[in-house]
Design a protein around this ligand. Structure first.
Ligand code: CUK
Ligand code: CUA
Ligand code: CA
Length: 609
């Protein structure tokens, strides 16, 4: 991918700016404009949170978009919305779901429910190449190219419903992505036989090849699988299960006092695949992961656990039960003994501190503290992991691992700190993704914004900085240092390598199939007029020949319900039936030039005799 990158000389502008800033602060200090105490104070609990006009943010935030089906890119700390990446939804701004290329990926579906987006890793931190996101509605997994911030692949996860927790391998690099099915379903779901009986249903842990975007295998377990995580050694993946009961109603799912954290052993899975210990269902290798098979162990976790997150030092997995006021700390270095049968799965639990009501998700500051979202208490609770472990071994009356509590507004689902899902967790900012936020913003009707609150966690006490309204419904996010993501400027190679790229304007006819090869180069399309017959199946292939990095052209056919955008050097296509005779203006929808309004051509559809 390196050949698409900007030359170093252009990229170093940020470096030059930084040097300039450092130098000016030094000068300011000498002449007394910036006082030393203010700099010291800044070191305490007052992070830079304002981003002034012309300045750039320090972090990219990638937020899932819930049932909007998209992914959003925000800048932090400003929390400004920078981009909406269409994934499982139709977006007329970009033409996602309208072009042939995107429609082929979407497989005829226009509904999606994105919950968890996570980046690709190298050696425990982000490599800035890809982002994966789940679709809980239609059971798909999408990959987004971070260099273009566009969806690049969508695959169907077979045999499952409620595709939920999704996590890439963190070490040594992302070769696998695991995806959990939150709902238990019949594996052969054809409406035949005993499909009414829930005891025959299974949960599925799907392993996807991160490079080829193909399902490698599926591990079937008796329980449901909710959130997902992976370790920092490339050995295990984790899944919470709140329905260990195998129930089909809410009361059945709440029957037991403890459910499970299921840990999958990747070496054991690889060996089972090698030995052929699987059955093939619809071309997919399906392994049996029930207790006793050695592929997974089941650690008992208090009632109906939801989140599982791995501490940035790689030592602990932390899971919490929605209906228990506790978080369970699992020592990852004990898992090998549990798999070997030397200790019981429950002996991997090294702490279970009481932290508050409705604990869901946990994030980290890289300084040994955990921050757990409390849905019922509407709080973020900060607690010290080592202290919790010490108190579990030697309880002390009245002592607690809790360090601080912050009221948020109001019900919090996920919470995520800057770089917290990497070994480079930097403990600066935390986002609390709140729901049901009632009165925090002007009333805009029943579907009100959610409230993503920004919190400064650089000091001992948490400090609420900002409310940020968001459209339905970010569940989760990751916060990535900006130097780890460098979107590319497309260059001519993109055009040269595209099999459909248009170099010469032409109209080809094959029976009633018409292919129009069209260039766009501000402020003109390569042809001023295209003539077809009523009933023709028409394909327009459009290549943008402009070289300026932000010079995108639109392609809208009046009355034909078609609009998409094509970026510099990109090629996109669309196919439709010319079923409306007459003259229709095709025009550029994306402002590109002083003569943008003149950038149009005529589509002449000749009526059948
Ligand atoms: S789930 Cu939404 S608050 Cu899908 Cu990650 Cu926990
Ligand atoms: Cu091209 Cu506007
Ligand atoms: Ca349960």
């Amino acid at each position: 991918m390196s050949k698409y990158w900007l030359p170093k000389t252009l990229r170093s502008r940020r470096g030059i700016l930084f040097t300039f800033l450092t130098a000016s602060i030094a000068t300011a200090l000498v002449v007394g404009i910036v006082s030393v105490p203010s700099l010291v104070e800044a070191k305490k609990n007052k992070l830079r949170t304002e981003v002034h006009p012309g300045e750039l943010d320090d972090y990219y935030g990638f937020f899932s978009g819930g049932h909007s089906g998209e992914v959003r890119v925000l800048g932090l700390p400003s929390m400004r919305l920078l981009k909406r990446i269409a994934v499982f939804n139709v977006d007329t701004g970009s033409g996602w779901g309208i072009t042939n290329e995107s429609k082929a990926m979407m497989g005829g579906m226009i509904v999606g429910d994105t919950h968890h987006c996570h980046g690709s890793y190298k050696d425990g931190t982000y490599d800035g190449k890809y982002l994966w996101v789940n679709d809980k509605a239609n059971n798909r997994l999408a990959r987004i190219r971070l260099d273009l911030m566009e969806t690049d692949s969508i695959i169907k996860i077979p045999h499952v419903q409620g595709t939920h927790g999704t996590f890439p391998q963190r070490y040594p690099q992302t070769d696998w992505v695991v995806v959990n099915s939150e709902f238990r379903t019949p594996v052969d779901n054809e409406g035949k036989g005993n499909f009414e009986d829930p005891s025959t249903y299974g949960g599925v842990h799907t392993i996807v090849d991160a490079h080829k975007m193909e399902v490698i295998a599926q591990v079937i377990v008796p329980c449901n699988l909710d959130l997902a995580g992976t370790d920092y050694q490339g050995k295990y993946s984790f899944a919470t299960s709140y329905n260990s009961e195998g129930g089909a109603t809410i009361s059945q799912m709440l029957a037991r006092d403890r459910d499970w954290l299921v840990v999958f052993n990747w070496d054991a899975i690889k060996q089972a695949l090698k030995k052929g210990s699987y059955k093939v269902v619809d071309g997919v290798k399906m392994l049996d992961g029930k207790p006793g098979t050695g592929l997974a162990i089941y650690i008992p976790i208090p009632k109906n656990p939801h989140g599982v997150n791995i501490s940035p030092d790689g030592k602990y997995a932390i899971a919490s039960g929605k209906v228990s006021p506790t978080a369970s700390v699992i020592a990852i270095d004990k898992l090998a003994d549990a798999f070997a049968g030397k200790i019981k799965p429950k002996d991997c639990i090294v702490a279970e501190p009481q932290i508050g009501l409705g604990p869901l998700h946990t994030t980290f500051d890289g300084r040994g503290n955990a921050y757990t979202s409390l849905f019922i208490d509407s709080q973020i609770v900060k607690w010290n992991i080592q202290k919790a472990i010490d108190l579990y071994q030697h309880p002390k009356e009245g002592d607690t691992a809790v360090v601080d509590r912050l009221d948020i507004h109001y019900q919090v689902g996920h919470t995520m700190a800057s770089m917290a899902e990497t070994k480079e967790a930097d403990g600066k900012f935390l986002v609390s993704l709140n729901k049901i936020s009632k009165d925090r913003f002007l009333n805009v009707g029943p579907l009100k914004p959610e409230n993503d609150q920004l919190v400064d966690i650089s000091g001992k006490k948490m400090r609420l900085i900002e409310d940020e309204p968001s459209y339905v419904e970010p569940h989760d996010c990751i916060i990535v240092r900006r130097d780890l993501v460098e979107p590319h400027v497309l260059d001519r190679a993109v055009m040269d390598e595209h099999p459909l790229a248009v170099h010469k304007n032409a109209i080809e006819r094959d029976g009633n199939k018409v292919t129009v090869h069209l260039t766009a180069n501000a402020p003109v399309y390569g042809m001023q007029k295209v003539e077809v017959n009523e009933g023709d199946e028409v394909t327009f292939i459009v290549t943008n020949h402009d070289e300026i990095p932000d010079l995108s052209h639109g392609f809208c056919i009046s009355e034909y319900n078609i609009n998409f955008v094509v970026g510099p050097f990109q090629t996109k296509s669309v196919t439709f039936t010319a079923d409306k005779p007459g003259m229709y203006w095709i025009y550029c929808t994306n402002f590109c030039h002083a003569l943008h309004l003149e950038m149009r051509l005529r589509l002449l559809v000749k009526a059948k005799a």
